[in-house]
Design a protein around this ligand. Sequence first.
Ligand code: SOE
Length: 381
Amino acid sequence: MSAKKKNLNIGMIGYGFMGRAHSNAWRKVTNFFEVPLQPVLKAACARDAAKVQAFADQWGYASVENDWRKLVARRDIDAIDICVPNDLHLEIAVAAAKAGKMILCEKPLARNTAEGVKMCKAVEQAGVLNTVWYNYRRVPAVTLAKNIVAAGKLGKIFHYRANFLQDWTISPDLPQGGTGLWRLDVKAAGSGVTGDLLAHCIDTAIWINGPITSVSAMTETFIKERKHTLTGKVEKVGIDDACAFLARFANGALAIFESTRYARGHKAEYTFEINGEKASIAWNLHDLHRLQYFDHADESIVRGWRNIHVSDGDQPYMNKWWVPGLQIGYEHSFVHQVADFLAAAAKGENASPTFREALETTKICDAVLASAASGRWVTIA
Ligand code: SOE
């Protein structure tokens, strides 16, 4: 550990899929990035004492807590990393902000806008650094897409198209609720694919193409009842299993978004395509290190879609990794988020997206669900 760097003591709440992805990022970041703060895995926290101890041992956390309130109250913790189901984000974030901790919250920010507004107020009143883990922004090919659009290479944007397709909830025997399945329980998750998957698509879209002004959506819950893991009873399913919506951007572009957990054969297929006056770009999470690019300015006899292998040192983040031609993967997007967070935190600044920025995505998710319920276009407030 560097003697010169100031430590940043991390308190991790949760040990599931995201607890692992974030812990990996905290552990790896200093090996590859010259960050000004040294993250220290100080404590992992979860209710299940045996499981959280095993997690702490595996990932190198120095201590464990079984009550997040105790973790938040600890004076030796600087930053709280929230990796628990969505229904706990608000309470933990508000308490952590009051305790003066920096907060990194897993996406989506909250179950709905009302909760998100309270979270924004809490971090802003306390003046604590805050960010939300929308990790796909920091896949180098996605960051490159953002940079290409920002540089004006596409010209006026006409269309934005995004999908996030999965197939893991097709079986009616799958219960809802509890560890691993809280995403099917509307009380814990807030919504289904809209908050879980379309939130990613929306975050990337508004980051690259600016504000969305109105939406018209349809949703469906294909399996209406499922056994609840916690109650043992068959209960109504409150989440959206699938959602498709049309949108208008403030810059005049039209958009189509679709997400489902019922697209047999698709495991985590997040794709987007942007069509502009001068050029188009397309990206697919299943090939995440590639960016497809079509430039109308190319000489006509060689004009066509370029398949850019994003691994060169002058492409985003790539000079920190291997040598040109050698690609990186999913977990690196989290490492990049941590690297950006630490660089900003050392200056007392926030890394994007802040809670306030991520609230925009939550507002759009709420508008999408409201539109699906009413059958009408909804304007984003
Ligand atoms: C759901 O299966 C899920 O894990 C989301 O919760 C993540 O945010 C997404 O990145 C992958 O799919």
